[in-house]
Design a protein around this ligand. Structure first.
Ligand code: ATR
Length: 272
């Protein structure tokens, strides 16, 4: 039976095994998907051992995505743009391909599951860390009208604007942020992890038509609560993104697999 795993720390609560088992059932394949808890010091060896013992593919989650990027033999363009790898594909002879499906996961969730238009849309990303960097190129590729990166530390947002060098891309501090009418606002900060509110004026947030948090959980995040209070029409967490990025990874490992991701999202929603 093909063996897959997710490397992370912490990883005990990762939903990836459930998601991949559900996909496997949909397409009628048998697989064993485990969780691998490792450390920064042991990560490289753990990955090598997993593939040496016949691992068919792996996902990589926090905090190893950049380390995974550094250790693979080849990277896809989207992983290169993200500067991070979340999916490992063995190529034989100890070689690994690193891909990043986070951005496509977000785009698919927004477009397919939430019917959010991205072409010609004004989009605001809150945050300029790894999570933000991973989704900038895929959003730009959809032909957004503007993409504003708002961050507490403006230097980090400026660096991303320089890196991607697109005229539609701009950076600002939270206090300077003006949210265009009907914009899509995506929270890519880690503030939700600690339950912290973002320094956003309710009047400003009210201009958005959709507020999306890349985090998910049983309870709405602080950002989602802020958006609801501001009266934003569509407020959503990142569970759909999680399932869609997993779907894109599954399709890399099982070429041509057609998946019903919405069914998996609905099922998971009842368990988290
Ligand atoms: P990740 O890989 O999850 O993006 P990260 O690289 O540590 O993690 O980045 C965290 C992001 O969340 C950063 O943009 C950070 O802002 P700074 O660059 O100013 O540090 C942002 N962030 C975290 N907590 C925040 C808070 N309470 N208010 C505003 N921004 C916050």
């Amino acid at each position: 039976m093909a063996i897959f795993t997710v490397f992370g720390n912490p990883v005990a609560h990762s939903l990836s095994p459930q998601i991949h088992q559900a996909f496997a059932q949909q397409v009628g394949v048998e697989l064993n998907y485990t969780r691998s808890l490792t450390s920064v010091l042991r990560f490289r060896r753990a990955v090598a051992e997993f593939f040496r013992s016949g691992g068919a593919g792996a996902n990589v989650t926090v905090p190893f995505k950049q380390q995974a990027f550094d250790l693979v033999t080849y990277v896809t363009t989207r992983a290169q743009q993200a500067g991070a790898v979340n999916t490992l594909v063995p190529l034989g002879y100890g070689q690994l391909l690193g891909d990043n499906t986070d951005g496509i996961g977000l785009v698919r969730d927004l477009q397919k599951n939430l019917q959010q238009k991205l072409t010609n849309r004004d989009v605001v990303i809150l945050g300029a860390g790894g999570a933000a960097r991973g989704v900038i190129a895929p959003l730009l590729e959809q032909g957004v009208a503007s993409l504003t990166i708002a961050n507490r530390t403006i230097e980090k947002a400026n660096l991303l604007v320089e890196k991607f060098g697109q005229p539609t891309l701009q950076a600002c501090r939270f206090e300077q942020l003006t949210i265009p009418t009907d914009a899509l606002v995506i929270n890519a900060t880690s503030a939700s992890l600690t339950g912290q509110k973002l320094p956003l004026e309710s009047d400003e947030l009210a201009h958005a038509a959709c507020a999306y948090d890349m985090m998910y959980g049983a309870q709405p995040t602080a950002f989602m609560q802020q958006a609801r209070q501001a009266g934003v029409a569509v407020v959503q967490d990142g569970l759909g993104m999680l399932v869609e990025q997993a779907g894109a990874a599954f399709q890399l490992w099982h070429e041509g697999a057609e998946l019903d991701t919405q069914k998996v999202i609905q099922k998971l929603r009842k368990t988290i």
